[in-house]
Design a binder for this molecule. Structure first.
Ligand code: FAD
Ligand code: FES
Ligand code: FES
Length: 490
């Protein structure tokens, strides 16, 4: 029987906080600004988009302390047990001077109105610690989740480059005090289940995955919160109550990535950032696609399991997972069952999920060497935007003909869905432009997309056809020789 604790304890900058009154929906940003009067972190959008609220959260993972940028507006206090929260107020250089990142922002005129500046400084700080000599591309990636409406990014990028050359990482407070912080966090890790709050404010922090399973048996309709990049918006934008909630992002067992010869099994809480290396090694065709999911903070928080479990028709991973033939392990108590991702999505808001089920793991087969594989995302903005249409293709060509085709789209129906009519029109045919034109007729049978603020129905239908043509062009002429710009418009 696990012990139960009725408080949340974490390290905030240089001291431990021990909170015995926390509600499920209390956000870190409100806690910092309203309770601690640490007002450096700003509230811009309160939905994870602008990055003005960016702080660092450090967590012990298998004994190693790692810090990541997160959006404090959608991070819940209940999920911070045994973490180290670092705010802009903690940032300092030697002997009371500005930190090199702050000094570089001053020197390069990286701030005008200043509203975005604390968030930008924290994102650049995380980059500065991880990468002493960042390239422009590294800096742009680190800033994908930080919006600045007045300075313009050129001066900020110059500041990031200047901070990199200033050096001093070895003397930085988070690096020099690392052992002390690790010891402090180990001291806060006591293997307890946390159970706090009453009624709609109630929440749990399980001690382990088995404990999570027990909590779900006792509270089968509880709201599971992994990265909170969706659930945070239910609270801030839809004013929804989420209690009883179960925070699971700290469970090491759900962060495991295990490779076999044929594929990779990941725990449900593996974040986009954590999966990035496996993407680069085993699915390099989608490395660019992966970098277009959210911004850095959202990729640090958001999980692949959450992206599937939320059942959204416009999540970016389901088309990829369906094209790869991935499956989910759903758990209820001690019972586990496996469901192909393709069959998990039944209808809008309806998944193959019994009350109390949670996603424990995902199994993702490698695409296979004789297959061409690609995924594309079309959205209004390049960075930090939800797809209007996303598509993934896995096609095997043998003797110039299509031997096998699995094609899945998001944004084209009430669920992520395979284009089976298109697949049927391709299979057995020569892999030529004419076959593509003929197969495009199948989209009308496969999908009746809707129009909304992201895209009209006609635009979605056109994009779906064009992405198939793009895939064909790339597989026949090479990615480097083709681009959307060169594509003919039907
Ligand atoms: C600014 C911003 C940008 C975004 N950009 C993108 C984008 O480009 N592409 C994209 O696809 N999404 C995007 N999202 C949406 C979101 O980041 C993803 O859907 C993410 O993968 C959700 O994962 P999470 O861990 O944060 O889920 P949470 O918010 O924690 O949970 C989401 C849902 O899944 C359920 N859930 C979570 N884990 C489990 C589990 N293990 N078992 C059962 N149920 C579970 C929760 O109960 C909830 O219903 C964006 C969000 C924000 C705020
Ligand atoms: S306030 Fe905009 S991301 Fe948090
Ligand atoms: S300095 Fe004004 S928003 Fe960036």
């Amino acid at each position: 029987m696990v012990q139960t604790r009725k408080s949340i304890r974490f390290l905030l900058n240089d001291h431990v906080v021990d909170l015995d009154t926390v509600a499920a929906s209390d956000t870190l940003l409100d806690f910092l600004r309203l309770q601690q009067r640490l007002c450096g972190s700003k509230e811009g959008c309160a939905e994870g988009d602008c990055g003005a609220c960016t702080v660092l959260v450090g967590r012990l993972a298998d004994g190693d302390l790692k810090y990541e940028t997160v959006n404090s507006c959608i991070r819940f206090v209940g999920s911070l047990d045994a973490c180290h929260v670092v705010t802009v107020e903690h940032l300092r250089g030697c002997d009371g001077a500005l930190h090199p990142v702050q000094q570089a922002m001053v020197d390069m005129h990286g701030s005008q109105c200043g509203f975005c500046t604390p968030g930008i400084v924290m994102s650049l700080y995380a980059l500065w610690m991880a990468n002493a000599r960042p390239s422009n591309a590294d800096i742009e990636t680190a800033l994908q989740g930080n919006l600045c409406r007045c300075t313009g990014y050129e001066a900020i990028i110059r500041a990031a480059l200047a901070a990199g050359s200033a050096g001093g990482q070895d003397r930085d407070v988070l690096i020099s005090e690392r052992d002390t912080v690790v010891a402090a966090l180990q001291g806060l890790t006591d293997g307890s289940r946390v159970a706090m709050g009453h009624g709609d404010d109630r929440f749990f922090v399980p001690a382990s995955v088995d404990d999570l399973a027990d909590i779900r048996l006792e509270n089968p309709t509880s709201v599971i919160v992994a990265g909170a990049t969706d659930v945070g918006l239910w609270v801030n934008k839809h004013m929804r109550s989420i209690g009883p909630a179960v925070f699971i992002s700290h469970l090491d067992e759900l962060h495991r990535i295990e490779e076999t010869e044929t594929g990779v099994t990941i725990g449900a809480c593996v974040t986009y950032t954590e999966f990035q290396d496996a993407v680069a090694t085993h699915f390099p065709q989608i490395a660019g696609y992966w970098n277009r999911i959210g911004g850095e903070q959202v990729r640090n928080m958001g999980t692949v399991g959450g992206n599937v479990a939320n059942g959204s028709p416009i999540g970016d991973t389901p088309p990829v997972l369906i094209a790869l033939g991935a499956s989910l392990t759903l758990r209820n108590g001690t019972q586990q069952r496996t469901v192909p991702v393709e069959n998990f999505f039944i209808d809008y808001g309806e998944q193959d999920r019994e009350v109390g089920d949670f996603v424990e793991a995902l199994h993702i087969p490698f695409p296979g060497e004789d297959y061409s594989f690609a995924a594309y995302k079309v959205s209004k903005r390049r960075d930090e935007d939800i797809s209007s249409v996303a598509a993934a293709f896995r096609v095997r060509i043998a003797d110039g003909k299509v031997a096998d085709a699995v094609i899945a789209y998001g944004g084209m129906a009430a669920t992520p869905k395979r284009a089976t009519a298109v697949e049927g029109l391709l299979t057995g045919k020569a892999w030529t432009a004419q076959t593509i034109t003929d197969a495009q007729a199948g989209f009308a049978e496969d999908f009746s997309p809707i129009g909304d603020w992201r895209a009209s129905a006609e635009y979605r239908a056109l994009v779906a056809r064009k992405l198939l043509a793009r895939f064909h062009l790339e597989t026949t002429q090479g990615v480097e020789n083709t681009s959307l710009r060169r594509e003919a418009v039907a």
